[in-house]
Design a protein around this ligand. Structure first.
Ligand code: ZN
Length: 162
């Protein structure tokens, strides 16, 4: 009997925490400047952009347009145009996705992500909430030590001077 009560208490605590988390997520989503319905996003994005940006998908490694792209300019959110990375922060990581060692301050939000049995930090666009990728602490030691592992499909490159 004691065991059953204990289990109920644990389950209750778990559900209470879940509820709290959901409330926090709801609050965060309200703060996003650009809030569109899935229908609106579907009409504006390609199917692959929608899958990655809105459904938190991941493009296949070494497949993205910007994986081996090192030109002078900036990378903006493919969904809303928010400036995310300068080309000076891009480095060759050989991980299969565009990698940056820093973001434009305030341009992204961070979220705990425990999906697929991993503990990671998800990175989303601060303006539209679009999924960009994840940040890891195995970036270049001589700069920030961070690696913003980013889907090519989530960003758009704007050459310098444009
Ligand atoms: Zn955005």
């Amino acid at each position: 009997m004691k065991k059953i009560i204990l289990l109920l208490v644990i389950a209750g605590t778990f559900y209470a925490c879940q509820g709290q988390q959901n409330k926090e997520v709801a609050k965060k989503q309200k703060a996003i400047a650009i809030n569109k319905t899935d229908e609106q996003w579907r009409s504006e994005l390609t199917a692959e952009q929608f899958r990655v940006l809105r459904e938190k998908g991941t493009e296949a490694p070494f497949s993205g347009e910007y994986n081996d792209h090192f030109e002078n300019g900036k990378y903006v959110c493919a969904a809303c145009g928010n400036i995310l990375f300068g080309s000076d922060s891009k480095f060759k990581s050989d991980c299969g996705w565009p990698s940056f060692d820093k973001v434009i301050p305030g341009s992204v939000d961070y979220h705990h992500d425990n999906s697929y049995g991993m503990t990671r930090t998800e990175v989303t666009c601060a303006k539209c909430g679009g999924h960009l990728g994840h940040v890891f602490d195995d970036g270049p030691k001589e700069t920030t030590g961070q690696r913003f592992c980013t889907n090519s499909v989530s960003v758009k490159f704007i050459p310098a001077g444009k």
